[in-house]
Write a protein that binds this ligand. Structure first.
Ligand code: TYD
Length: 213
């Protein structure tokens, strides 16, 4: 039996990670086999690429290098983790995927979207999400949350992408909203400004539809 592939997207600080954990627990209670993974990352090669991408010291990284590294990490992740899990019939919950490349490197950095679509297609080689949940939140709130977290975890620096200016984060948010409009069948937009339990109920409803439950 073929599994199900669900991706979680949205601007930084929108609370995706909390929602992935909550959804995973609900699915496990239904006796589903769940695989949790994330991008950039998910394999040892991809985690090394993640280190390069997010290291705040890599200030000289140009946008094309950035786009290619995200794609390289993704190609490895698809073949080592995502495709095998889907083939085994598991439910894959992935924190970020191809839509982040369109929102961040396309809308945020200004790289041609047509080119990025081709790059994504090459990286994923046919592994397309069954459902993409886009957690929509005003970046003033999202980045505000990240700043608060960093103050609590004293001394922890924001990563290279989080350190971008607010105009960049606004473009990224708009990118995700445009994506949701252009692919309404696959992409569902979720208002991430509400309390976690309310958001979780909506997530469960959307996932059950895709699972046919
Ligand atoms: P991460 O700490 O995982 O962010 P979050 O917890 O908000 O998901 O860092 C991933 C960062 O990489 C995040 O700022 C978004 C960015 N990114 C891209 O710019 N392009 C991509 O293709 C992907 C997958 C992520």
């Amino acid at each position: 039996m073929k599994g199900i592939f669900i991706t979680f997207e949205g601007p930084d600080g929108a609370g995706k990670t909390t929602q992935i954990k909550m959804l995973g627990l609900s699915l496990e209670q239904l006796n589903k086999s769940v695989v949790y993974t994330r991008e950039p990352g998910g394999t040892s090669i991809s985690e090394e690429i993640r280190g390069l991408l997010l290291d705040p010291r890599n200030k000289e990284m140009v946008a094309r290098t950035e786009a290619l590294l995200y794609a390289a990490a993704r190609a490895q992740h698809v073949e080592e983790v995502i495709r095998p899990a889907i083939e085994k019939g598991q439910i894959v919950l992935c924190d970020r995927y191809t839509d982040s490349t369109i929102a961040y490197q396309g809308f945020g950095r200004g790289i041609d979207i047509g080119f990025l679509n081709e790059l994504n297609a090459m990286a994923v080689a046919g592994v397309v999400p069954d459902l993409t949940l886009i957690f929509d939140l005003d970046p003033d709130i999202g980045i505000g949350r990240i700043n608060e977290k960093r103050i609590v975890a004293a001394g922890e620096e924001k990563d290279r992408i989080e350190q971008e200016n607010m105009e960049f984060h606004r473009k990224v948010r708009q990118g995700f909203r445009d994506l949701a409009l252009s692919e309404p069948q696959r992409c569902k937009i979720i208002n991430a400004g509400r309390d976690p339990e309310t958001i979780h109920s909506e997530v469960v409803r959307l996932v059950k539809e895709v699972l046919g439950l």
